[in-house]
Every structure is written in C-alpha cells, then in structure tokens.
Ligand binder design. Structure first.
Ligand SMILES: [Zn+2]
Length: 77
C-alpha cells in the first residue's frame, strides 16, 4: 500500500475527473482511474493513464467542440 506524501494517509484505487481547458473549449474525462488518498482526497493519475488522456485530448482538439465530456472507459480501451 502506498502512502500519501502530503498527509501520511493511505492511497487507494479510485476514480477522478480529469479536465483541461484548451482555450476554445474544455475537455472533461470522467471515471479516470487514479490513486486517491483516503485521508485528504489528493489524487494521482498513473503515467500510463496520463498518456492515454493526452491522446484523447489531442483527438478532441481536432474536433473543436466547445465542451466535450467523455467516459474514460469508453475511449481508452
Ligand atoms: Zn493524503
């Protein structure tokens, strides 16, 4: 079990919502797997997951929608 560097609580598998502002619009990805501190609620996204999010953002950028809300599960696998 990993320990939270901020508060010393334990990290647990959970989900977070990732959002990024592209200037012309925003991308929101829901249900992103992450490590979440049980005590303070800080979240860490693993590098493999972060890479997938980057690819998703690149794809969305080319579509130029003002708001794009996605479910991680539906686009990452
Ligand atoms: Zn913590």
């Amino acid at each position: 079990m990993e320990i939270c560097p901020l508060c010393g609580g334990s990290k647990k598998k959970g989900c977070t919502t990732y959002s990024v502002d592209l200037g012309f619009g925003i991308v929101v990805v829901r249900q992103v797997p992450a490590q979440v501190c049980a005590q303070c609620g800080e979240e860490w996204i693993e590098s493999e997951t972060a890479q997938k999010l980057e690819a998703i953002v690149e794809r969305v950028k080319s579509q130029h929608n003002e708001v794009e809300v996605l479910q991680y599960k539906e686009i990452a696998e």
